[in-house]
Design a binder for this molecule. Structure first.
Ligand SMILES: Cc1cc2nc3c(=O)[nH]c(=O)nc-3n(C[C@H](O)[C@H](O)[C@H](O)COP(=O)(O)OP(=O)(O)OC[C@H]3O[C@@H](n4cnc5c(N)ncnc54)[C@H](O)[C@@H]3O)c2cc1C
Length: 380
């Protein structure tokens, strides 16, 4: 075993960190307050390969590994978790689903513009009455000659409004339950596809989240993604890998919050000394640094398994569960160490505190991660 990153990975970390510090950091508050999805950043992200991180070079991507992917998401989240969430959803859900289950023709048609940042990806599984119980969806797709016609809606879709290429799951054979759900690729502008309400969120406000509505939305047979009836099963595999990205996002966010807390503790004075001299503050810093390291190792282990084509359902759920929960603690401690200044917008603490909660909810709540972990353990 070797716990060190390679020289190339260290260089990648430095490049993405420098990019995030110069191109993102100055705008974080403005984008958050305006709930502005920074579409203008996309060509710059693409320039670094961040819109097709794990997509092979033959499809216009950067062909990086899952561990490289974690490094990229971590470094974006350290500065702005919203941008990291958008990049993770684009890469880890929409692009990844097409890469894993698309035909060669679908990959050529859709992956190239996604990986080059010419188009933004969205992925719709969740509906208003089915999130954790995703197979309880209501959206249907019925065959009409050479087309499938979708009716229904998706909720909480990242890039539901801004996205150009949507992968959506719909019921094609109701009696077959979760084995009767199929996936479709739908392009923005297809008649019958319209964005619904844009969500006004607690955190992750620069990442756009919207409803998507289907009203007699017809797509040709060639846009069925994967085998008919396999859409839900395939989506669960996409999520196994996607959760590694959310774990990395949580690690990066926790790292950002920790660094802000460490910096502040060394500046702020009380009782004639910096607050970093108090053991109560030191223990918070020590505990957070230790937990962040543990979460990073769990995340890299899951990514390593993915890179070696090994099953990682258990490990990715463990990484996502642990990293998100320790990130909540890190953001909470960051606010606490800032005292009253943690409660106002002059410091980054309050934004980490708002953003972090998404990590215990998106791509499967903590309760669902525990359920996945327990099922895996009991099946052995
Ligand atoms: C900002 C944001 C972006 C998102 N992006 C996307 C996206 O791009 N695509 C997409 O498809 N979805 C997306 N989601 C949806 C997200 O994945 C769901 O919100 C999440 O899976 C939870 O579903 P729910 O909100 O319906 O909660 P529910 O499933 O209603 O859960 C409510 C509570 O009940 C608990 N619960 C439910 N079932 C069980 C059980 N069996 N055992 C124990 N506890 C249980 C949950 O853990 C939770 O605490 C996004 C959500 C947000 C907030």
């Amino acid at each position: 075993m070797d716990f060190r990153l390679t020289d190339d990975q260290e260089l990648l970390r430095r490049s993405v960190r420098e990019f995030a510090e110069t191109e993102i950091r100055p705008h974080v508050t403005e984008w958050d307050e305006a709930q502005h999805f920074p579409i203008e950043l996309v060509p710059k992200l693409a320039g670094l390969g961040l819109m097709g991180i794990q997509c092979p070079e033959e499809f216009g991507g950067a062909g990086m590994s899952a561990i490289d992917y974690c490094i990229c998401i971590e470094e974006l989240a350290r500065v702005d978790p919203s941008v990291a969430l958008s990049v993770a959803a684009h890469n880890g859900l929409c692009t990844s689903h097409i890469l894993m289950f698309g035909t060669d023709a679908q990959k050529r048609q859709y992956l190239v513009p996604l990986a080059q940042g010419e188009k933004i990806g969205a992925w719709g599984l969740t509906e208003s009455s089915s999130g954790s119980d995703a197979a309880g969806m209501r959206t249907t797709a019925t065959r009409d000659g050479a087309h499938w016609v979708l009716n229904g809606s998706k909720t909480f879709t990242t890039h539901g409004r801004e996205g150009h290429i949507l992968v959506a799951m719909a019921i094609t054979d109701r009696p077959a339950a979760s084995r009767g759900i199929s996936a479709f690729i739908i392009e923005k502008g297809t008649p019958g596809l319209t964005p619904g309400k844009k969500e006004d969120k607690l955190g992750m406000r620069a990442s756009e989240t919207s409803e998507v509505l289907f009203d007699q939305c017809a797509v040709p047979e060639s846009q069925l993604l994967g085998q008919p009836g396999r859409g839900f099963v395939d989506a669960m595999q996409v999520l196994d890998a996607g959760r590694i990205g959310i774990a990395a996002l949580a690690v990066g966010l926790a790292q950002g919050a920790f660094e802000a807390a460490l910096r502040y503790a060394q500046e702020r004075r009380a009782f004639g000394k910096t607050i970093s001299r108090f053991q109560a503050i030191q223990w918070k810093l020590a505990d957070n640094a230790t937990r962040i390291d543990a979460a990073r190792l769990l995340t890299y282990r899951a990514a390593y398994l993915k890179d070696h084509d090994r099953q990682m359902t258990l490990e990715s759920a463990m990484a996502k569960l642990y990293a998100s929960e320790i990130a909540v603690q890190a953001a909470d401690d960051c606010v606490q160490i800032h005292g009253g200044y943690g409660f106002v917008k002059d410091y980054p603490a309050e934004k980490y505190f708002r953003d972090v909660k998404l990590t215990t909810i998106g791509e499967g709540t903590s309760e669902i991660q525990r359920l996945v972990i327990a099922r895996q353990l009991l099946a052995r």
